[in-house]
Design a protein around this ligand. Structure first.
Ligand code: ARG
Ligand code: ZN
Length: 876
């Protein structure tokens, strides 16, 4: 096997040939599908007349190749494992190919494959080349006409992009449907679905009065689980009109749910294909979190119709152009639809745990990478979530109105084109008349910037001097970092009055909340007329994706926790306060000293629990301790056991000290109302869950009864799952075993619920988990070929910090074995599953050696490009 080669952004060349029309005919068969393509091709006016034509094509059996309807002599073209090169072609011509492929053997789930007996496709980023020979790059956009031929009984439903224009019966029980998509599109947005599917239909009237048919296609048995996705879709369509002036542009919009899918979903033009986990919900089977996730993903894929499809990426280095912008749009939508502060808190908590870890590891890359080996490895938290943070900063820098004008300009100017990140930022600069040159560094520079802040109050002159120093640690391949333009939203809270003080900076009155712009390596901001000593509230609403250090005392934090006018920073104070206590306890554990609970944390929690409640969901977030993964991110070296012990100690101390308060909160929030995924109900359930978790941490007898009752009542999956988790994670097997058994038997028929059943039991802290994982891998409901199952069992196990990082290395070995097997079956999933092993440098020597050894073992295998690229980076 030849070593996979990197692709460089600096090597980008516009295509020499463009395809204007693409006509495809699929004659579907699991073992041997025939694909005929007829491409209308033109040479680019600026390309050299002798430029060769290159078509990507992989794992295809070529049966016929015609140029302007004449067979091409074998000497006229070259065919290798990457594609076809035709040396001499006219300025305009048609190329017709016929190939064969075997969908049933496609376990990589890229290209055309089968899932639960149905045919479906996944083409982004480079899957289309496994369907037919084609210039498979996003800057080649064509109008598609697609005919799908299938078995009338096995595949009664035949779908592709756009509108159906013809259908008919064929001999031998076959039938066909022809689809036309009038919007030119790159190949990665192509989609086809064929199978025995049922559909739920609804309608949407656009802002200009056009009727759009909305369809969600699912397996018959899932017909009762589409309501929420449909309602979310309609809300998203309306929101995109109201917020961005974007109207839908086809007569129908289809969503299909498939069981085997590598990611969440895919925005194919007019025919979005979804992981069934990202569409199907029912109060009995899906948790509040799942309901919210479905809403967010449905919106995300829909929003791509403009930010992605109408205006797409010039090349895959620009991936964040569509993903960062679209994630920002879906986050804004969810914030508007639900509780905005909770949405922000949850997004930031996740971001700081997972994206910061990526930025601190061997695969750290900028939002616009310079090179890659396998683009599939770059569908990352950096491209998506950090990309969205950067778009959010842009919006805040220029203000919503200029941002909206910039967005209008972008969609108008580049409609139907494949463009770059500069094009997008350029529109924002033009619309706002701001210089965004320094800001562009956010796209080029990898790593998480850190800000060291310190402040001094000068009583005599009534001045507050705030000094901010920024630095970005080195990342692989990027040793020298330049200062970024970092917007820091802030206030000064009067320590006596508890009120936000009016801010005067450089003689200018700024109100009570302002944004200061850090552009230099170090800057001092002098606030004047500061009447009393303040406590600074910095980086409000997480105004930039950075780590901000400020020497807050516990008193400062307890103060901000209740007095900060910014809800996000009240939560932030709760997390910082908990972190100070956790750090002491981690140190105590490491030094073998007796652990003592900081009573100030207990007092702060008591104050929270007994004060009148504004937003239950926010309160729940404030009462949650940072996760073990989040704590790990703040440590110079990760001590898995000390972190676990410290966190458990805090949970139990709070559980004991505030037993009655938690019980009161729990009882006050029990409800028998019919389930609805409303922000109010979700907030109530999440507060109730947090309280119960603290009580179960100390195995309070009354709490155990409540928990058991909550499980038995089976009121909705949110309650049931929380109760089951607490029972299974308790140290009492007489609670865990029967609950697990009952749940497993009740839901054996429901694959998505069984995923939860897998995850819950392999996330428990008890030592039997590794054996459990091995045993469950043999369970009839498990399959390595199904990505959801791999994530639910193996992915969840790798997140179980104490058990995955066992000191005998058995957790690492188990994961490596699975990676080796998946490397053959599904390289994309193999690479993702392997990620925790690549972070080996963060751990102690013993664990480092064990993890490294597993990476070396993986490296001995014949590797896919995906796993190869990751192993190389991890061991570099
Ligand atoms: N564009 C899709 C989305 O963000 C994801 C496609 C992922 N493709 C892949 N091969 N991982 O919704
Ligand atoms: Zn996306």
């Amino acid at each position: 096997m030849s070593k996979p080669q990197p692709v460089h952004l600096s090597d980008y060349q516009p295509p020499a040939y463009r395809v204007t029309h693409t006509e495809l005919t699929f004659d579907l068969d699991p073992a041997s599908t025939r694909v005929e393509a007829r491409l209308t091709i033109e040479r680019h006016p600026e390309a050299a007349p002798n430029a060769p034509l290159f078509l990507n094509g992989e794992q295809l059996t070529l049966e016929s190749l015609l140029l302007d309807d004449e067979p091409l002599a074998e000497s006229a073209y070259q065919h290798d494992d990457k594609g076809l090169t035709v040396a001499n072609v006219p300025a305009a011509f048609t190329l017709a190919t016929r190939v064969r492929l075997a969908p049933e053997e496609n376990t990589a789930l890229e290209g055309l494959y089968q899932s639960s007996g149905m045919f479906c496709t996944q083409c982004e980023a480079e899957g289309f080349r496994r369907i037919t020979f084609y210039p498979d790059r996003p800057d080649v956009m064509a109008v598609f006409r697609v005919t799908v031929i299938g078995d009338a009984t096995r595949e009664p439903v035949l779908l592709a992009n756009g509108n159906p224009v013809e259908r008919g019966e064929l001999e031998g029980g076959r039938h066909f449907v022809t689809w036309e998509d009038p919007h030119p599109k790159p190949a990665y947005l192509f989609a086809l679905v064929a199978g025995d599917l049922a559909c739920v239909e609804d309608h949407f009237t656009t802002m200009n009065g056009r009727e759009v048919t909305l369809q969600i296609w699912v397996e018959e048995e899932n017909l009762g689980k589409t309501d929420h996705a449909m309602a979310s879709l309609k809300r998203a369509m309306r929101w995109d009109e109201d917020s961005y002036g974007r109207e839908y542009d086809l007569d129908r919009f289809m969503i299909v749910a498939v069981n085997d899918f590598n990611m969440g979903a895919m925005e194919n033009k007019g025919l979005n294909i979804f992981n069934s986990a990202a569409v199907l919900t029912h109060p009995d089977t899906a948790t509040d979190a799942a309901f919210q996730q479905v809403e967010g993903i449905v919106a995300h894929e829909y929003f791509h119709n403009w930010s992605g499809n109408r205006v797409t990426c010039r090349d895959w280095f620009q991936l964040s152009l569509k993903e960062g912008f679209t994630v920002f749009r879906d986050q804004s939508f969810s914030a508007d639809t639900n509780s905005a502060p909770v949405k922000r808190i949850q997004d930031v908590a996740f971001f700081r745990t997972a994206q910061f870890a990526e930025d601190a590891g061997p695969t750290a890359h900028s939002i616009r990478p310079e090179h890659y080996i396998e683009i599939t490895n770059f569908y990352t938290l950096t491209i998506y979530e950090k990309g969205a943070e950067v778009v959010r900063m842009l919006k805040n820098l220029v203000g919503w109105e200029a941002f909206r004008r910039g967005s209008d300009l972008y969609f108008e100017r580049f409609d139907g084109q494949a463009v770059t990140i500069e094009d997008f930022v350029g529109c924002m600069a033009e619309a706002s008349q701001q210089d965004l040159t320094q800001f562009m560094r956010w796209y080029h520079q990898a790593g998480t910037p850190e800000i060291d802040a310190h402040g001094e109050y000068d009583y005599v002159n009534a001045e507050y001097r705030l000094t901010l120093r920024q630095r970005t640690p080195m990342t692989p391949g990027q040793t020298h970092k330049q200062p970024l333009h970092i917007p820091v939203r802030m206030g000064l809270v009067g320590t006596k009055s508890g009120h936000d003080l009016t801010l005067t900076l450089d003689g200018e009155k700024r109100g009570k909340d302002t944004v200061i712009h850090l552009r230099e390596a170090e800057q001092t901001f002098v606030f004047t007329d500061v009447a009393e000593a303040p406590t600074p509230s910095l980086l409000r609403n997480f105004s930039a994706p950075v780590k901000l250090h400020f020497p807050y005392s516990r008193e400062d934090l307890a103060f901000l926790l209740t007095e900060d006018s910014d809800g996000f920073n009240r939560w932030e104070a709760s997390q910082r306060l908990a972190m100070l206590a956790l750090n002491d306890l981690i140190a105590a554990h490491r030094n073998g000293v007796e652990k003592v609970m900081d009573t100030r944390v207990i007092d702060a929690y008591r104050a929270l629990l007994t004060a009148p409640v504004n937003d239950k969901a926010v309160l729940a977030e404030m009462l949650k301790l940072p996760s073990e993964a989040c704590i790990a991110e703040s440590q110079p070296l990760v001590d898995v056991d000390a972190i676990h012990a410290a966190r458990e100690f805090v949970r139990q101390s709070l559980g004991f000290a505030l037993r009655d308060e938690f019980m009161a909160v729990y009882t006050a929030n029990v409800s028998s109302k019919a389930y609805a995924p409303t922000p109010e109900q979700i907030g109530q359930r999440s507060l109730k869950s947090v309280a119960l978790a603290y009580l179960m941490a100390v195995e309070d007898e009354e709490a155990i009864e409540r928990c058991q009752a909550q499980f038995d009542a089976g009121h909705n999956m949110t309650d049931v799952r929380q109760a089951l988790t607490l029972l299974v994670h308790s140290s009492r097997d007489e609670l865990a075993a029967p609950a697990l058994k009952a749940f497993g038997e009740k839901w054996a028929h429901d694959s998505l619920v069984m995923d939860q059943w897998f995850s819950i039991q392999v996330s428990r802290p008890q030592e039997d988990v590794l054996e459990r994982v091995k045993y469950l891998m043999q369970h009839p409901a498990f399959s390595l070929k199904n990505p959801n199952k791999v994530r639910a069992l193996l992915g969840a196990f790798a997140q179980n910090r104490v058990n995955f990082h066992r000191l005998d290395g058995a957790g690492y070995a188990l994961l490596a074995d699975a990676v080796i097997e998946l490397n053959r079956l599904n390289p994309e999933i193999a690479a993702r599953l392997m990620t925790p092993l690549t972070r080996w440098r963060r751990f102690d020597d013993a664990r480092q050696a064990l993890m490294q050894a597993e990476l070396e073992r993986i490296k001995q295998e014949p590797l896919s490009a995906n796993v190869y690229e990751l192993v190389e980076k991890a061991l570099a």
